[in-house]
Design a protein around this ligand. Sequence first.
Ligand code: PHE
Length: 342
Amino acid sequence: MQQHIDAIRESCLQELEKASTAAAVEAVRVSFLGRKGPVQVLMKDLRDVPAEQRPQVGKEINALRDLLESRCDEVLERLRSAEAQHQIAGESIDVSLPGRRRYRGCQHIVTKMMDDIIDVLVAMGFSIQDGPEIETDYYNFEALNFPKDHPARDMQDTFYVAPDVLLRTHTSNVQVRVMETTKPPIRIIAPGRCYRNEAVSARHHVFFHQVEAIYIDKNVSFSQLLSTLDEFLQHIFGRDVVTRYRPSYFPFVEPGMEVDIRCSLCHGKGCTMCKGSGWLEVLGAGMVHPDVLRNGGIDPEVYSGFAWGLGVERFANLKYYINDLRLYWDNDIRFLKQFQSV
Ligand code: PHE
């Protein structure tokens, strides 16, 4: 009897080994464990086994049945999962592959700086005004107190398109334009691109961006200009920014000044970024010159105003510690990408 059990086990296991499909496994199962299979026959033969051996032999037959059942299940499981793998491999999209990382684009850092400046100023009550980049000599110079032979014109090397038409050298060209069309109170900013005929270097470029601000109303005072600038610069550079106001000359403001902030890199100790001075110039500003108000059709006896013009690239230099203007426009993706999370 024992030999018989062993023989059935061996032959069933051999058959299972040969089975290469689920159907073949099922066929082995039926032929060995089915109603007419050898295991059932063994059960019947149990009757003829002497009574004292019967419990032991019965156990062995049960064990054989359980073993063969579980082997059939195992092989079936293995075949099914292999079949599933095969099916996946046959499909054109392998959903089990890890995804390919996509390159995430980002705003140009100068655009981002410009937007940040605009956001702060709009929140402070300024509205946005557009102005032309191709401008007449009148709005860029003449109306701003730069007569034809005025030496101050040399401060700004100009690209001329025609004798009286040029690429604006600053956003101040918007000043008289807005005065001509708007009754005070005027409270606008004019962001945009400007051009100067410079040799391109780390510090100069043929184009750059400015944000002009003008506020004209009754009783606008110089101290309002100072407090507005302090507030604005704190929003951009942080609450602990230190400002310094230096008298300076621009034909269209009186008094005029240049505004510095304490060097953010060395905190005033002196370093290469601030060229040892501890200060960094950030913008030009002043009280709108009475002649300019008059050119815009506004009575300087009734109204006064302040204006400033800032360089966006300069702000970005200071905020992100960039020391070469050319980097902005080389379009080297390795440079631009650094500001993805800014
Ligand atoms: N337009 C000046 C420049 O480009 C800056 C400025 C604007 C100064 C407004 C005073 C008032 O340098």
